[in-house]
Write a protein that binds this ligand. Sequence first.
Ligand SMILES: [Zn+2]
Ligand SMILES: [Zn+2]
Length: 139
Amino acid sequence: MLCPACREVMIVVEQDKIELDHCTSCAGVWFDAGELELMLERMGLDRGALSLAKIADLPDAETAEKKRRCPVCGKKMKKTHIGQEPEVLIDVCLRGDGLWFDGGEIGQIIEQCAAKSGTEMDAENRVLCFLGDTFKAEG
Ligand SMILES: [Zn+2]
Ligand SMILES: [Zn+2]
């Protein structure tokens, strides 16, 4: 699969049997819809806690950032915010293919999780922390 941000070929990384596509060039990561649900399940969370449909229903983010095309269907993705302090701007395919996190966003997620460790986290934050754990090792 090609990176929606820089068009490089992405590599597959595996964490807890969940496969994510990762661009080593821009450090972004793509989540297939099924992988997101699988992850929620493995964490013992309700599949609906952070479903793609729920994310697709969130309000559009107001941003000057350019819209990206879904690496699966090629359609323009919607931008929306998840998480808090700071919110993370993600791209979501409205046809339900998956989600895209930019490399800089993963960095924000890691910081956010470090700040939250030890406190009670909701499903959204647990997902973000899972991502943070996966990509922490890479500078
Ligand atoms: Zn890239
Ligand atoms: Zn798509």
